[in-house]
Design a protein around this ligand. Structure first.
Ligand SMILES: O=C(O)C1=C[C@@H](OP(=O)(O)O)[C@@H](O)[C@H](O)C1
Ligand SMILES: C=C(OP(=O)(O)O)C(=O)O
Length: 448
């Protein structure tokens, strides 16, 4: 990919159905790890192949699990070892993948070790202490190799994890809870987590429990979501189909919302999804976009003729990865947009609060960060300033800001290859909108 990619505005409205969106990163990495912890073989279909999932595949290989990878048909077969780690030691390099670093730190605590876990420079700035402390309490030996509370680290245990009950105060990332839950069945006494306070990014924890149950775990949650109990037991290998990635669907749905007269449908994703990010379509709906969602399809069309997008005041704690989709959409609204309760954006691929503020400001918006909230006021004259967008090695900066360039001239994406983290073919999919922008349905302005 080039160092910079100019996004040219679409020539006309588009009408497009995407029925082959690549698989979910979150589901792929959960299913791969649970398949490895299970007894017997699992075949996963709809697998995402991107940097983050290649790190998981590579790690499982280094840990000694047998994998058969068929990238062409998006399938992976994993031979599980019933909760055992085939190799007693390994070195894992996990890039900037939070899902890998957190879940593999917990899983490696099942083996003797030491297993060494590390990532790129940014990963060494992403905290992990809120996972390490509870892991130590249930029998893991974790040593920080550089800075306390951050990778790199080594992990292992003498004879596995005891389990029992853990009190969890609010964490910066739900991935710590996910990591603990996934090893829950392999703990001698099972695992009970008691949450003191709200669980951040909660739909991801619910997703974890759903995938665990699909692989045969027994788990229960109370109605108020203050206690989760996972029984000791064994995961069972199975065939598992991975859904398309809902976070990555958000960019195409956003494009339909901002491009007058346009419509986009994503299939195999809808109300029945395990991914909280399907809720982003409803945020576009609150802004005035026309939204329909069935069990297995989502359609978003721009507001009815003559209606502008409205600014919105929304809590995105349940779907933080969509903040970088909403930010650029907010530029086209008729008033300010407030994104609330997203403080943990500061510890993701980059400091996403700062990155959003910098780049939206370059495009002409006024952006105020107040505590864990972001307030975005679009340019007063309604026109975006042509500019090169810095992406901070963060795939979602590239993907989200490219949407603005579909409507407004002069948007250039720096380092577009950063999309490889979760969506290597992103710009090819974006070109499909261009291809569909002269389609007869769109040209007739069917969406009003
Ligand atoms: O569990 C997961 O698969 C994820 C959880 C979220 O992280 P946080 O819980 O840190 O918000 C999300 O941002 C990330 O992309 C994937
Ligand atoms: C935050 C993200 O990734 P992770 O935490 O898994 O590195 C993301 O994909 O937006």
């Amino acid at each position: 990919m080039p160092d910079q990619l100019a996004i040219t505005p679409l020539p006309a409205a588009f009408d497009l159905t995407i029925d082959d969106l690549p698989g979910s990163k979150s589901l792929t990495n959960r299913a791969l790890l649970l398949a490895a912890l299970a007894t017997g073989q699992s075949t996963l279909t709809g697998v995402l192949f991107s940097d983050d999932t290649r790190h998981m595949l590579d790690a499982l290989g280094r840990l000694g699990f047998a994998l058969t990878i068929d990238e062409g048909s998006r399938a992976v077969t994993v031979t599980g070892q019933g909760g055992a780690m085939p190799r007693p030691q390994a070195e894992l390099h996990l890039g900037n993948s939070g899902t890998c670093v957190r879940s593999l730190t917990a899983a490696c605590a099942l083996g003797e070790g030491p297993y060494r876990i590390d990532g790129i420079a940014r990963m060494r700035e992403r905290p992990i202490g809120e996972l390490v402390e509870p892991l130590r309490q249930i029998g893991a030996d974790v040593q920080y190799l550089d800075n306390a509370g951050y990778p790199p680290l080594t992990v292992g245990s003498r004879g596995g994890l005891a389990g029992g009950e853990l009190i969890m105060r609010p964490t910066l990332s739900s991935q710590f809870i996910t990591a603990l839950l996934m090893v829950g069945p392999c703990c001698r006494a099972g695992l009970t987590l008691r949450f003191e306070g709200a669980v951040t990014s909660r739909p991801y924890v619910e997703m974890t429990l759903s995938v665990m149950e699909a692989f045969g775990a027994r788990a229960s949650v109370d109605e108020a979501f203050t206690r989760v109990r996972v029984e000791a037991g064994t995961y069972a290998g199975r065939a598992y189909a991975i859904e398309p990635d809902a976070s990555n669907a958000s960019y195409f749905l956003a494009a339909a919302a901002v491009m007058p007269g346009s419509r986009c449908t994503i299939t195999n994703l809808g109300k029945a999804s395990l991914q909280g990010d399907v809720g982003f379509a409803e945020v576009l709906g609150q802004m005035g976009a026309q939204v329909t969602m069935s069990d297995d399809a989502i359609t978003v069309a721009s507001p009815a003729t003559g209606q502008p997008l409205r600014g919105v005041d929304v809590d995105l704690n349940r779907m933080p990865d969509t903040a970088q989709t909403l930010g650029p959409v907010a530029l086209f609204a008729d008033g300010p947009t407030t994104i609330r309760n997203v403080g943990n954006l500061r510890v993701k691929e980059t400091d996403r609060m700062a990155a959003l503020q910098n780049e939206l400001t370059k495009l002409g918006a006024t952006v105020d960060v107040v505590g864990d909230d972001l307030r975005i006021t679009p340019p007063g004259d309604g026109k975006l300033r042509p500019t090169a967008i810095d992406t901070y090695d963060d795939h979602r900066m590239a993907m989200g800001f490219a949407v603005a360039g579909l409507r407004s001239p002069g948007v250039v994406i720096n380092d577009p290859a950063c999309v490889n983290k979760t969506f290597p073919d992103y710009f090819d999919y974006l070109d499909r909108l261009r291809g569909a922008s002269a389609s007869p349905a769109a040209a007739q302005g069917r969406m009003g």
